[in-house]
Design a binder for this molecule. Sequence first.
Ligand code: PLP
Length: 459
Amino acid sequence: MLSNRATRDVETLIHPFTHLARFRETGPLILERGEGVWVYDGDGKPYIEGMAGLWCTALGYSNAELVEAAREQMARLPFTHLFSGRSHDPAIELAERLKEIAPVPVSKIFFCCSGSEANDTQVKLVWYMNNALGRPQKKKIIAQLRGYHGVTIASASLTGLPANHADFDLPIPNILHAPCPHHYRFAEIGESEEDFSARLAAELENLILREGPDTVAAFIAEPIMGAGGAIVPPAGYFPAVQAVLDKYDVLFIADEIICGFGRLGTWFGSEQLAMRPDTISFAKAVTSGYLPLGGVMIPEPMYQVMLDQSRKIGTFGHGFTYSGHPVSCAVGLKALEIYRRDRIFVGVQAKAPHFQERLSALAEHPLVGEARGVGLIGGLEIVADKTTKRSFDPKAGVAPACVGFAQEEGLIVRALGGDRIAVCPPLVIAPHEIDELFDRLGRALDHTQDWVRREGLWR
Ligand SMILES: Cc1ncc(COP(=O)(O)O)c(C=O)c1O
């Protein structure tokens, strides 16, 4: 029986990424407030936010400085835009800071409001640039199976997950998908991580050659795949891929929307994964998720092409009303200041070994096939048979059931396709809270094991 408030929700909202039919029975989890890594529901029950919201609230909840930065900017100038050469200090200063911390040379920052908009912008910039360079056939963009890049038409096309394509008439033309770099699932028996990386790079090269290198414009990848399953690529993957991209003049777009701003212990995930991208998409933790903000880091050669094109055809015809919203930028500036001043990423580096140890230990659980991560992100895969890696029938919903048991234990984690569960807490999590998180997740796995037995799923 749903509460009155839950019924009002069910009758009024479409929830993103929700099983609409099942939701009518389960109803929503309504949260009312947060403090540090904790969030509280309407009954005052505390939960560890083990997903930092949606991989975004890096500085935790109720950060008074972020709130004050927003309030001050709201009071001074709540809105102005960047169209037609208008500007404001928060956008200028934030762009300057972002250029300073970028892991590769960056010429300009284009602001938008979300990760999807950032990746849509990447697609448009690649097409625009190649038209301007007089090579209109060089338009194809290669993404990865199980990569996640958003849900707008172009970014959903880049996304390599069936649920984001089926019945939406996606992907659009000119988007291709390379194999998923998940060693546990897709390596051949006895294949080392390095050999698997070399094979994937060779497959990427074959794909480019089959399509014609003069038609392939760009490759996009996340350092660690997030929504595709919190998947760590095999050793040597990005250097092997990079060599192929360099050989065929294929631009490398890093989707740093989850890994940017400290998740792996450095400003960007590219630094940890030996990636050398030409351009970077960012969002989420740039404001610690407190306000919507995303963007694209544009390299000098691309900017020069855009400049020349503008001399020829006039206005650069792209941008959003809320590109560089002053309040979002003010909060972004404050978040960056706190990351640096409070040495938040040094803290991540210090806490990561313990976090990863507790995560890896879950691989001992009878239901867990793989448990792996980097920094303060990790994924585990639930399997029916650890020896053969056989999965449960996806319809049984074993990972979602585990997430339900975790919720009962006062822990928020997320079920992803392939019976994977992601863990991605705020970066400010304390060591004892890491223990509390994994204790609760361990108990949730035990409850799942009992449930699997009761339901007769374990045969
Ligand atoms: C790696 C990655 N790229 C893009 C996006 C899309 O961002 P948004 O939901 O802000 O559009 C996400 C969202 O989770 C993401 O994780």
